[in-house]
Write a protein that binds this ligand. Structure first.
Ligand code: MN
Length: 134
């Protein structure tokens, strides 16, 4: 499975890379939202993990909104250090499928990756990509 992790914290990036390697998943990392949006279609990830506070001008939730606007239905899990009241709702409203709070709970991340791997195997990848525009 191909996982795009949009995250600017090196410790979290290497943690997720280690977890992904155990399941033989590939991790593509971008530290800012602009690059993640720009390169999304070429990578066609099966799962996106999205930090909310990124380098650059746009937030993780802005990236999520943009990807949904572009028609991508790829599962997106928000990852945030700010476990505040209303965070979960804001993430879901922006178009995320679920939500994890930092520090990253390793067992939960492993479990989550497995769950989305099963989902990716069940659903043909083409179905999660937008139709080309005429
Ligand atoms: Mn961050």
């Amino acid at each position: 499975m191909k996982i795009m992790y949009v995250e600017d914290n090196p410790a979290n990036i290497s943690l997720v890379q280690r977890i992904a390697r155990m399941g033989e998943h590939e991790v593509i990392n971008y530290t800012n939202g602009e690059s993640a949006i720009e390169h999304f279609a070429e990578h066609r990830p099966d799962l996106v993990l999205m930090d909310l506070q990124l380098e650059g001008r746009i937030s993780g939730l802005d990236v999520v909104r943009k990807l949904r606007e572009l028609g991508f239905s790829t599962p997106i899990v928000a990852v945030t250090a700010y476990a505040m009241v209303g965070d979960r709702e804001r993430c879901l409203e922006a178009g995320c499928d679920s939500y994890l709070s930092k520090p990253l709970p390793v067992a939960e991340v492993v479990e989550m990756v497995k769950r989305y791997e099963l989902r990716a195997q069940a659903a043909p990848k083409a179905a999660s990509q937008p139709e080309p525009l005429d």
